[in-house]
Design a protein around this ligand. Sequence first.
Ligand code: HEC
Length: 219
Amino acid sequence: MRPGAIVIASSLLVCGAIIGCERDDMWEQPKTAVLGTNEFFDNDQGARMPVKGTVARGADNLQEDDLLYRGMENGKLAERFPFEITENDLNAGHDKYDAFCSPCHAKSGDGMGMIVQRGYKQPFSFHIDRLRNATPGYFYSVLIRGLRPTQLPGVKFEPDDDKVHPAVAHKLSPVERWQIIAYIRALQLSQNATIEDVPMEQRGELDKPKTEGSNGESH
Ligand code: HEC
């Protein structure tokens, strides 16, 4: 071999060695990019699904409590609240009701909210007997399952009834939904109260003339 050829051959070898080294570094490791493809798996999907039934540490997604999460008890719509309702719950429910429900159901619950006045379907008033007698679980069920009668055990509707509820529940936690329902119960009481419901010591207040500055409108 001529000396020139030896130089070329050996420099090719050196280049090869250098390139070889580069190819070997961590750049080339058999990894899967986040949400990238990976032919190793049947569906060519690099990201794996968690094993069925996995509960993330610290996450509240096991949701075993039928009453709290689904408004059901012994396979029926719950007839009670999952926790004792305090004044704080009612206040929180009031806030959430005004924000999430009143645009349609109106602040008073009569179903004539601003969106309805602008042409949206009018819901029943919460102050009709059927809804006054409806269980807390019924209200919860409407929120999470929609108003499809077939999905509501123990609730009879006309067979051709295809009522649906707009999706609002996913913006609320289970506790917030129950707080709202408690507030609706308070609204229902407020529209159907008698003097017997007013504590003795406060009855005198009812007869007092309105104080100056009050325009008599409820808020
Ligand atoms: C975008 C408008 C809208 C919003 C917001 C809304 N609703 Fe409704 N709701 C309706 C309509 C319309 C119906 C009646 C559905 C039907 O009859 O097909 C209804 C029906 C219901 C019913 C069933 C009443 C019955 O006749 O049995 C309940 C309970 C209810 N809503 C609760 C709520 C609560 C609680 C909220 C707030 C978290 C809320 N809704 C927010 C429009 C709304």
